[in-house]
Design a binder for this molecule. Structure first.
Ligand code: GRF
Length: 207
């Protein structure tokens, strides 16, 4: 069983899609051991509690966005819940901090993130708004392994989403989010079933 640590900062809809996939036995070889939030009183914490998953708040108020010292505390919390570099998985689900290189090295190739655009297009914040402003006709969702540079790691799964003429940031975000909720549990299922192989920048299915 792969112990999964989910890092969150906000609403928690992706967390919920993962927890539902575990409860619904779509993911059978992993389970969420702990949810760690850098913000107190966010929706994601309520969702975790509803699913009887332990939660920890490590409030980062006043701290820099990248902070190896803060990340050391996160690692200690994850490891206390058996999310280790040997057999754990970290899922970033709307986590609005940037991981230090030390954290990324510690959990080498064991950290995933979901991003609301077709990477490498529109990395970083407000991806849906920037896609709309740029005038692209297609955007989408990406689940990828985390590398030291933000939103650059090997891509696991992507899904495209049409951009409609009358879209607003809200309507486009909602359409993309539906794909995020489908892709993230699928990527986690593949990882926990040991089906993924990283070859350079490419993630392929083991044969
Ligand atoms: C999602 O759009 C995700 O792609 C981005 O942040 C948002 C988090 O939403 N990284 P939620 O907290 O999972 O509802």
């Amino acid at each position: 069983m792969v112990p999964i640590g989910v890092l969150v900062s906000g609403r928690g809809s992706n967390l919920e899609s993962i927890l539902d996939a575990v409860d619904g036995k779509y993911i059978t070889k992993g389970r969420v051991s702990v949810v760690v939030s850098n913000k107190p009183s966010v929706g994601a914490l309520e969702i975790a509690k509803k699913h009887d998953v332990p939660t920890v708040v490590l409030d980062d108020k006043g701290l820099p966005k990248v902070d190896p010292e803060y990340d050391r505390k996160t690692i200690a919390t994850l490891e206390a819940h058996r999310v280790t570099p040997k057999d754990g998985l970290i899922a970033l689900a709307g986590y609005f901090r940037i991981l230090s290189p030390q954290f990324v090295d510690h959990y080498h190739n064991r950290i995933m993130n979901v991003h609301p655009a077709l990477l490498p297009a529109f990395p970083g914040l407000e991806a849906q708004k920037r896609a709309l402003e740029h005038g692209v006709k297609v955007s989408g969702a990406t689940v990828h392994f985390v590398a030291k540079e933000v939103d650059t790691g090997p891509i696991i799964l992507q899904a495209h989403v049409p951009v409609r003429d009358d879209d607003t940031v809200e309507t486009l975000s909602e359409r993309i989010l539906r794909q995020e909720h489908r892709l993230y549990p699928e990527a986690i299922r593949l990882f926990t079933e040991d089906q993924l192989k990283i070859e350079g920048r490419r993630v392929v299915l083991k044969t």
